[in-house]
Design a protein. Sequence first.
Length: 232
Amino acid sequence: MNDVRTIVILTGAGISAESGLATFRGPGGLWEGHRVEDVCTPEALARDPALVHRFYDLRRAALREVAPNAAHLALARLDADWAGELLIVTQNVDDLHERAGASRLLHMHGELTSALCAGCEARVRWPDPLPPGAACASCGAPALRPDIVFFGEMPYEMERIERALAGCDLFVSIGTSGAVYPAAGFVQLANHYGARTLELNLEPSGGSGWFDESRMGAASVLVPAWVEEILR
Ligand code: OAD
């Protein structure tokens, strides 16, 4: 891969699984114990804010019990050592990439450690439990909600992501089932613009057929091996 200069990486819940955070789909997944419509839609927030806030409070608290694993650390090493352009786009709302040291990073589905004002759209750091009706420091409205992109809402920074996909030589997808758009369509977009595409996942995903190459296994093994290979 000597000709690679510009890399876009997409990560999903599978990269944090070995740190002890549940993925969404499959046995024991978050969406097995909860109906998406109850905790991850604007309608759910309007209907039962206490339930939605409690769901994300528990997940925010769980971050304190976990640490980045070898896959997060390998991507942070790539971020530090890669001389070309790099963008890590994560669907994850945990903070394990940044705690590992990655900085060329964006959270397209929001962040557990941040709150969003439903009134003025200000985003503020929020490490603690978030009670419904907490006031926004910018506009004063009692409208702070979890800074999570709910189903039916537009993910963050789509223009920047699409620009990066259009200009990259290599697109790598790690630990995602390819079940949720627009992220699930990034491989097709990257293909369309002529990038090589590589998937690193525990098992074949919804998007596997689109990748030039798919490697199956645990992220903590596959990601450090691939980073070693690309930096060589
Ligand atoms: P999923 O739970 O849908 O998929 C996780 C993927 O990771 C599956 O394909 C697993 O096989 C794989 N996996 C599990 N353990 C792994 C390991 N140790 N190493 C490598 N791969 C592993 O999670 P996402 O694809 O991230 O959105 O889900 C996408 C979006 O759906 C989430 O961002 C969330 C959810 O609804 C919102 O909340 C807005």
